[in-house]
Design a binder for this molecule. Sequence first.
Ligand code: TXA
Ligand code: MG
Length: 311
Amino acid sequence: MRVGLSEAAERLRAGELVAIPTETVYGLAGRALDERAVAQIFETKGRPRFDPLIVHVPTVEAVGPLARSLTASFFALAEAFWPGPLTLVVPKSERVPDLVTAGAATVAVRIPGLEQTRALLEAVGAPLAAPSANRFGRLSPTTADAVEAQLGPGLPVLDAGPCRVGVESTIVSLAHDPPLLLRPGGLAVEQLLPHLPTLRRPAPDELTSVSPGRSPQHYAPSTPLRWDEGPRPPTPYGALVWSDPAGHARAERVEVLTPTNDPAEAAANLFEALRRLDAANLPLIVVERVPEAGLGLAIADRLQRAMKGTP
Ligand code: TXA
Ligand code: MG
């Protein structure tokens, strides 16, 4: 069910959930300091309680009450990249319910890059917890239609069209010293490094302990997915390619991520392209390797996870 900004704000203030647009992906939002609303987010997504939520705020000042302490790096990164696709993990204050952070002593916060999201946050007048608006383990929605397909037509959705970035935010923990990259995402690591030269990438086995939600099975379509390597795929099959569909004349369906060879365009198209391929109900989707620089790192990460999520 589509709702306008003022109805969305009104429902959120009343403790209801609303699917909201951001520049990265659509989120399933509820008031972060309202435990009942937060519990309902976990319910609606079928999300395990050990997987903490990101809290969205309209201004840097609004982070103050949620954090126990904020460092110079926090302010420097906020200044450089907010509003935008960067989530910062900081020590949490007592105000933030344990349910939001899954019992962790830290809270993840971000100021979304889409103006409408910030207008909504201002209108609600309270921080919003919002995980991606998909059922747990499925593809993140980048359109209002994709939200409804997963969470049902009864959920109020504020529709702002397709998401500009298309992959989730980059997550950095400032609660670790040196800071840790918890998830590559919509802000390229290369852009972060000049501001955070000591940023470290955790080893894969370390990741589950520092970022509980980063289970390897995630973002999964229901069609089996593999890299386009080794033997030629048996027909019928679908193909996800970077920029050049040549070589897949035998494929039932081909999705091109970026005809102009632009990683940002590829990121914006990723989840919808996967969704369309999945909807074709083929026995296999093969995926061309992507250049792992800039946003390509986030794209490769999501594809890898999508592959682990299928049998
Ligand atoms: O772009 C985005 O970040 C979108 C939009 C809606 O803002 N949100 C999003 O939320 O992707 P979600 O819940 O799908 O992913 C949040 C990730 C999870 O992997 C979770 O484990 C991690 O953030 N996270 C949240 N709080 C954390 C914390 N205190 N410490 C470590 N990781 C945390
Ligand atoms: Mg998610």
